[in-house]
Design a protein around this ligand. Structure first.
Ligand SMILES: Cc1ncc(C[n+]2csc(CCOP(=O)(O)OP(=O)(O)O)c2C)c(N)n1
Length: 330
């Protein structure tokens, strides 16, 4: 079987996507047991986006996304342990237990969140790219958002400035067909989101988000434009979430057949098929990967269970960047 990528790349994709899937399945299970509370938006089904973006970028490149952030955070290198602890609101979490599911963060690995206001991170992502350009680094900002966020004013203002200033940013719309229960077609007459770039004279592409290969190729092209000083690109990556919008979504706005149709194209099954057809992994090799992933997730749960809650005085920390602000003296 002819493949575009190496054995090592497919093995990496398989293990990464399996880790994201198993982490989230476990998170869903723990949510059902009320170990995890509050908001929780699962990424299951969208893993090929994270996989393709990882192999097409360098560790120095930054990622910033919305609240459906577990997959991208773990892919970028925020540990499964600190992510699970964050879901449990524990002090050892990646945001000290104060952010929860929607606010994962890992500055040391250039993961800049985790944002709950739909569309807000689009401007911040362009800001990261501005900093890269200003500091004359070689890095690019990957700024992710959903199809619902594509209808926000923030996107349009940011696209305009990013093109004008030739910022090294790749705007990635993870189009999973729905914004909560609202389909793309119900939010605008323009259903091909990549076409929004035309208004700003920005290059754009529509990408198969169930294929890590297609994601890698499109992101690599866009990242190269950013590094070469040619400015931003918009990628509309067509993907699908198998689960509801959040944990409390009966998903009545779509049919079971539609969900099954996408599961047929599951990226983890696909990559496993490539590994098997090329005899790049024996059953024992696959089992070893599955065991490793299982162990990492189990250790993450144990770590979260055994970690302490944040101390009370933590409530007043990390609110303002400047010590003592807003300088109220009594
Ligand atoms: C400014 C703003 N308006 C509304 C909401 C409520 N809200 C939370 S998620 C969501 C849907 C966004 O969907 P999309 O951008 O497609 O992302 P997806 O959930 O598909 O990943 C909405 C409207 C919000 N958080 N922020």
């Amino acid at each position: 079987m002819a493949t575009k990528f190496s054995k090592e790349t497919y093995l990496y994709w398989y293990e990464l996507m399996l880790l994201l899937r198993r982490f989230e399945e476990k998170a869903g299970q723990m949510y059902g047991m009320q170990k995890i509370r509050g908001f929780c938006h699962l990424y299951i089904g969208q893993e090929a986006v994270a996989a393709g973006c990882m192999t097409a970028t360098k560790p120095e490149d930054s990622f910033i996304t919305a609240y459906r952030d577990h997959g991208l955070a773990i892919a970028k290198g925020v540990s499964a342990k600190s992510c699970m602890a964050e879901l449990y609101a524990k002090y050892t979490g990646c945001s000290k237990g104060k952010g929860g599911s929607m606010h994962f963060f890992g500055k040391d690995v250039n993961f800049y969140g985790g944002h709950g206001i739909v569309g807000a991170q689009i401007g911040t992502g362009a800001g990261l790219a501005f900093a890269d350009k200003y500091n004359d680094t070689d890095s690019v900002s990957l700024t992710f958002f959903g199809d619902g966020a594509a209808r926000q004013g923030m996107l349009h203002e940011t696209f305009n400035m990013a093109v004008l200033w030739k910022l090294p940013v790749v705007f990635i719309c993870e189009n999973n067909n729905y914004a909560m229960g609202t389909s793309v077609a119900r939010t605008s007459k323009v259903v091909d989101i990549y076409k929004l770039a035309d208004a700003y004279d920005m290059p754009a592409d529509s990408v198969d988000g169930m294929s890590p290969e297609a994601v890698h190729e499109a992101v690599a092209r866009a990242v190269k434009r950013g590094r070469d000083g040619e400015g931003p690109t918009l990628l509309e990556i067509k993907t699908y979430r198998y689960k509801g919008h959040s944990m409390s979504d009966p998903a009545k706005y779509r049919t079971k057949e539609e969900v099954e149709e996408y599961k047929e194209k599951d990226p983890i099954d696909y990559v496993l098929g490539v590994l098997k057809k090329n005899k790049w992994a024996t059953d024992a090799d696959i089992q070893a990967i599955d065991d490793r992933v299982h162990q990492e997730v189990e250790e993450a749960v144990k770590f979260a269970e055994e970690s302490p809650l944040p101390p009370d005085d933590e409530m007043y920390k990390d609110i303002y960047a400047e010590e003592g602000y807003p300088f109220i003296v009594d």
